[in-house]
Design a protein around this ligand. Sequence first.
Ligand code: HEM
Length: 139
Amino acid sequence: STQRVWLHWVSAAVIIWTLVSGFYVAFVDVPARVGERVAFINVSLTTVFIPFFVWRLFIFVVHARQTSVNTLSSMEKLALFAHTLIYLTVTVVLVTGVLMMDRSIDVFGWFDIAQPLSDPALIALFVTIHVWSCLVLSL
Ligand code: HEM
């Protein structure tokens, strides 16, 4: 449907921008101000993206439940499998992104969401899972 096509391209734009800019500022020597600006934009953007992704996931699950896997060709099965893996990875990236926050989530200066965890060891664990799941998503 037109709605799914829009959701697809909005997701692609947000995810590709965040992956490229996030890894760029992490691995290339950029001025601290640029790194902070990119982190602020990316945290805000991906937080706003969460409800869109949940909506997309909902449509995907409803659609998948209506599909009889046995009637699919092997290429369609492979596509369904690949999409399921992508949805799963994006879910892990979004959840760990929120849980790794060591400060409140400032969404474009419009509103704040309280930092969910305070245990530094747990936050460090979610940082590690976030970075690795971002690498998997890039692949
Ligand atoms: C599609 C969703 C997301 C993608 C693709 C993504 C991608 C990335 C990437 C590539 C990095 C750099 C990793 C590194 O340091 O090597 C990063 C860092 C980070 N991400 Fe995410 N992320 C997403 C969602 C989120 C969300 C929802 C939050 C929190 C609300 C978040 C918070 C952070 C933070 C705090 C950092 C460290 C940057 C800093 O503050 O210095 N991310 N992300």
